[in-house]
Design a protein around this ligand. Structure first.
Ligand code: ADP
Ligand code: ZN
Length: 621
């Protein structure tokens, strides 16, 4: 076999020396052709010694922005990262590239810790990842003072925000970096886009002088779809079976119980689904997360406790069975899909009960009024996103103050515009029914009145004698639920927390009652839903159906074997995109193999031969 691999001769280990110019590092070490988006500008700023705040979506390529200057500048780059599992994977991925990286966190035994500290003190590392709680110890600060530091990178910088659910109190102490090491460049990085969080990061980390790099938050490869809830589980099952057989993905639910039930349901249907929520014993949680990261085709059913730092690049879908509380949350959660740039789906079902529950949760919270008001606005914006009949991507990006074209061609509304109907008359009936019952009842009761469904509770209030009793028989129960949901989301009705979710009229509904305004509603039972289930159409389209390609399976098998030998996740050896390129181009020499995007010098040396061998064998057969 040996003579087949003559061009070029595999570089020997001794020849592998790190280049020092950023572009050369990108090409030789990482195996990528050129920088993306703002990467180059950010790296130049750090190389100059400046500070930077980097706001880029998940999968936007933030890590390279500090990894490359850390390698290029003299000294060690210190990266503060909140998640232990993430740290390990990142360090492992860097080592695979031949970068001298290490981490310090509580998962290490004392000997490893000491060895790492020694290597760090001697200046042997390019990058050191540390947990935030370690930084502010006298012991570590003492080491820091005696080592040459190239930069500080603060990953997941939104963890300083006390309002976010990723808040970490130790992040507040990171302002000491600025105070004690004012001359060392700092980068703070986050995928959280909203202005308030941004301001909080700047203020709390003392980044007033930092240049802000705001990338586009668009995730063109994610197809957004939001559908009214009918039978949520079956809708989910249908979605998984028809569009994602064998894929990895996340299903989000609001409550622990629903997580358990949904996971059990999917399991019973023959899918590999694992639960994840905060009340699960720590070992189970870790094991499920680990399996999700290391195995292929696992569905994790989770509360929002699952997510930050899930670095898995090939999550093919994120499904929501409950409504997130804000567009930020929706964006973050759906953003975990398709980090690798390949097509991915964001799928959500939502209904009247979600709206009522979330409104009640906001009202019942202990937060200050000011904070509640913000939460209300966020929820309204989220509902607006659900109900919109225009492009979802545009609504989402506008929420983050980013421009977007009218038509994205990769969301349900663009792929097949939703049907609407004139709901003015129906709305008037619903509103007057609410008024005549003194605004003391919930949607369920009001719908019974409109449909003329008499029962004991209804009769106890004498509601069978109301003039609105039975005036809504022209519509079924489902359309009525849709009407009420839309009246709430559009702000014509509000949920009264003090009265167990009774619906009340708002100022805005006068115009409708007086006939001064027409109301266009979404038609929920829209035949287009059957049509639009063809899957995503944009993003990097898959050139072939991977699961059916024999070479693909052989390459995946090899990757899995190599990964298991080293005890690392398969994507650390090569990401799916690299394997796909192998299937497409079928490189038969190491020279051709080196041209694949994502194959740097070190990986060529380590993995070139076995992969090329598999390709040659495939060609022969
Ligand atoms: P983030 O941290 O912003 O979520 P990552 O740093 O994990 O994103 O990068 C996302 C993906 O994009 C990774 O697979 C990474 O290897 C790839 N990537 C980053 N920069 C480039 C580049 N310049 N060319 C090609 N691929 C890149
Ligand atoms: Zn669109």
């Amino acid at each position: 076999m040996g003579e087949r691999f003559r061009h070029p001769p595999p570089p020997s280990n001794r020849m592998l020396r790190m280049p020092t110019a950023p572009l050369a590092i990108l090409q030789q070490t990482f195996g990528y052709q050129g920088f993306r988006g703002l990467q180059q500008e950010i790296i130049e700023e750090i190389m100059r010694g400046g500070d930077a705040l980097v706001l880029m979506p998940t999968g936007g390529g933030k890590s390279i922005c500090y990894q490359i200057p850390a390698i290029a500048r003299p000294g060690t780059g210190v990266v503060i990262s909140p998640l232990i599992a993430l740290m390990q994977d990142q360090v492992e991925a860097l080592r695979q590239l031949g970068v001298k990286a290490a981490f310090l966190n509580s998962s290490l035994d004392i000997d490893h810790q000491k060895a790492t500290e020694r290597a760090f003190s001697k200046g042997e590392l390019d990058l050191l990842y540390v947990a935030p709680e370690r930084l502010n110890t006298e012991r570590f600060l003492k080491i820091l003072r005696n080592v040459r530091i190239s930069l500080f990178a603060i990953d997941e910088a939104h963890c300083v925000s006390q309002w976010g659910h990723d808040f970490r109190s130790h992040y507040l102490e990171l302002s000491l970096l600025h105070e004690r090491f004012p001359e060392i460049p700092r980068l703070a990085l986050t995928a959280t886009a909203d202005l308030k969080t941004r301001e909080e990061i700047i203020q709390r980390l003392g980044l007033q002088k930092a240049r802000v790099f705001l990338g586009s938050f668009d995730r063109p490869n994610i197809c957004y779809r939001i559908t009214p809830k009918k039978n949520a589980r079956n809708q989910l099952l249908q979605f998984l079976k028809s569009e994602h057989p064998g894929d990895s993905g996340i299903v989000y639910c609001l409550s622990r119980r629903k997580v358990e039930e949904t996971a059990a349901f999917l399991k019973a249907q023959g899918l590999t689904a694992l639960p994840y929520h905060a009340r699960l014993p720590a070992e189970d949680r870790q094991q499920n997360q680990r399996r999700f990261l290391r195995e292929e085709g696992i569905i994790i059913v989770a509360t929002i406790a699952f997510g930050m730092g899930i670095d898995k690049p090939n999550v093919r879908f994120v499904a929501h069975l409950d409504l997130p509380r804000s567009p930020e949350a929706y964006y973050q959660e759906t953003g975990r899909a398709g980090r690798d740039g390949e097509a991915a789906n964001a799928f959500m079902v939502y209904g009247l009960q979600d709206v009522v529950t979330l409104r009640q949760m906001v009202e019942a919270s202990e937060a200050e009024e000011h904070h509640k008001r913000l939460e209300r606005q966020r929820l309204d914006a989220m509902l607006g996103l659900c109900e919109t009949t225009s492009c979802r991507r545009q609504v989402l990006l506008r929420y983050f103050d980013q421009a977007a074209p009218d038509h994205c061609a990769n969301c349900d509304n663009c792929l097949s515009p939703p049907a609407t109907w004139n709901g003015t008359e129906a709305a008037r009936k619903a509103l007057s029914c609410c008024y005549r019952t003194h605004q003391r009842f919930g949607a369920h009761h009001l719908i019974d009145i409109l449909l003329g469904k008499s029962h004991e509770r209804l009769e106890r209030f004498g509601h069978q004698h109301l003039s609105t009793f039975g005036i809504g028989r022209d519509l079924g129960e489902k359309p009525w639920r849709s009407v009420f949901r839309q009246l709430i989301t559009h702000g014509y009705l509000e949920v009264d927390q003090a009265q167990h979710g009774a619906l009340k009229l708002t100022e805005a509904c006068r115009q409708i009652l007086r006939g001064e305004k027409e109301l266009l509603l979404r038609w929920d039972d829209d035949p287009r839903q059957a049509r639009s289930s063809g899957g995503p159409t944009r993003g990097a389209p898959r050139p072939f159906n991977p699961s059916e390609h024999p070479l693909w399976s052989a390459l995946r098998q090899l990757r899995k074997t190599l990964a298991d030998e080293q005890g690392v996740p398969p994507y650390i050896i090569f990401q799916d995109s690299v394997l796909m390129e192998m299937v497409e181009r079928k490189p038969k020499t190491l020279g051709d193999f080196a041209l694949l995007s994502g194959v740097g010098e070190k990986k060529l040396l380590r993995y070139g031969q076995p992969f090329v061998r598999v390709i040659l064998e495939y060609e022969k057969s």
